[in-house]
Design a protein around this ligand. Structure first.
Ligand SMILES: Nc1ncnc2c1ncn2[C@@H]1O[C@H](COP(=O)(O)OP(=O)(O)OP(=O)(O)O)[C@@H](O)[C@H]1O
Ligand SMILES: [Mg+2]
Length: 423
């Protein structure tokens, strides 16, 4: 049971002055935290001052911190109630043996179980400056402690969060059997069976540390399915995919990008399990521009430290993607447990990719398209199939024909002209 002195009755502040001070403090709070603070109730009822302020949330951790604040401002207090959703603190008389009228002293109540969280203060007569300061400090604490939902924080810091892969599955990616097998073995298996990996590490290591992969690099030319596969992995292991395009974070948050990246890592930990997909990681390697270089250096150092810090306790797994592994900082490359190379599709694979986007064509026709499309990526193949469909659709509309799929010649023509234009 704790303790506090009531201030002298003489040093109380007038009701109007108190109201002004509290109103002003809440306005400053709203600006500082860039948040909405609802208007407090400040009234005088039957000789008692009553103040009620809404707060974003109420947790036992917050209450412990608030008790510390109350102790800093009031000498003798008694904890009146300490139960889920209701906590009350009563200020005592200066002379602890004097118990009469203690309920006229300041009483601070915290309430709310799932919603309508608030701090309410009542006291007979006016409050002292110390008591007003105490109330303001409590409200400040409640607001600064309340963390926004991690997904909201991620979005605020420039990441996108995908919680489903929009109908994507492994069949969506044609070919790439070797890549798929490696990913199943080195990412999916550990993510789905963490306990097996951890118990091995517990037996083998003098000091426990995880043997699960923490960071994996996807490397390969543009349009070969790196991003798509990351989304499929997230769907398969049923964790959110946090997508961070480094380039846009750097340009959008110029100067602040390193803090943003750090905040993104924190929010991922708070989600309690996610795949953090850092795309275009090579943009950290680039630019000679002096100012940009400084920002790049800082963001890189955050990344290096965070990759080191992802240990047994974190359920975040980082996947980095790059088109230019050769340009990446060596310290960065060495932080990745494994690199998975995504090559351009071979001829067989191109035939399967065409098969995904033009399933009505025969195997021979698909083989002809594959032979004609040397060195094209999956993305380009998909684009060419779409172009063909649009060209065909225009023709159907003009000739007023019923829907049908484009014939082989249309595809072949699109591919041939694309290759010719490239040469
Ligand atoms: N093997 C494949 N099978 C089917 N579709 C593919 C294949 N490879 C790529 N694609 C298609 O190409 C598109 C681009 O793929 P994705 O965005 O995943 O490539 P990326 O490797 O991340 O490219 P970048 O390096 O430019 O970010 C996807 O929409 C996907 O549909
Ligand atoms: Mg990509």
């Amino acid at each position: 049971m704790a303790i506090a002195t009531m201030n002298n009755e003489t040093d109380t502040i007038s009701f109007d002055q108190m109201k002004t001070q509290i109103d002003r403090a809440l306005e400053e709070l709203a600006i500082k935290h860039n948040t909405f603070v609802s208007e407090p109730y400040i009234g005088f009822e039957k000789g008692f001052t009553k103040i009620s302020v809404s707060i974003p949330e109420l947790s036992p951790a917050l209450i412990i911190q608030c008790l510390g604040i109350i102790k800093d401002h009031l000498e003798h207090i008694r904890i009146h109630a300490f139960s889920d959703g209701y906590y009350a603190v009563q200020a005592l008389n200066k002379n602890l043996f004097k118990t009469e009228n203690i309920f006229d002293n300041l009483k601070i109540e915290f309430s709310g179980l799932t919603t309508n969280f608030k701090i309410e203060c009542t006291k007979k007569g006016n409050l002292s400056q110390e008591e007003i300061n105490c109330i303001n400090a409590l409200v400040y604490k409640a607001y600064s402690q309340a963390k926004e939902n991690p997904v909201t924080r991620l979005i605020k810091h420039g990441a996108s969060v995908y919680t489903d892969a929009g109908g994507l599955d492994w069949n969506y990616i044609a070919g790439y059997e070797e890549v798929k097998r490696t990913i199943r073995e080195s990412i999916i298996l550990p993510l789905k069976n963490p306990k097996v990996y951890d118990s091995i590490a517990e037996i083998t290591r003098k000091t426990f540390e995880t043997n699960r992969p923490k960071a994996i690099l996807f490397e390969g030319p543009p349009g070969v399915g790196k991003t798509t596969i990351a989304r499929i992995i997230a769907k398969e292991v049923q964790v959110p995919l946090v997508y961070v395009p480094v380039e846009s974070i750097m340009s959008k948050w110029y100067g602040q990008s390193s803090q943003n990246l750090a905040a993104i890592f924190d929010a991922c930990d708070d989600i309690g399990g996610s795949i953090l997909f850092i795309d275009e990681i090579d943009s950290l390697a680039g630019s000679r521009d002096q100012n940009m270089y400084e920002a790049t250096r800082r963001i890189l150092s955050v990344l290096l430290r965070r990759l080191d810090g992802i240990g047994a306790i974190s359920n975040t797994i980082v996947i980095g993607a790059t088109n230019r592994k050769q340009d990446l900082d060596h310290a960065l490359i060495s932080r990745f447990d494994q690199t998975i190379h995504f090559p351009l599709p071979g001829e067989q694979e191109r035939a399967s990719i065409f098969g995904n986007y033009a399933k009505h064509l025969s195997l021979e026709e698909l083989a002809k398209l594959a032979a004609a499309s040397n060195s094209l990526s999956g993305r380009t193949i998909k684009d060419l199939c779409e172009q063909t469909e649009r060209r065909w659709a225009r023709k159907l509309i003009i000739k007023n024909l019923p829907p049908s799929p484009p014939p082989f010649e249309y595809y072949y023509h699109t591919v041939k002209s694309f290759i010719a234009a490239q040469a």
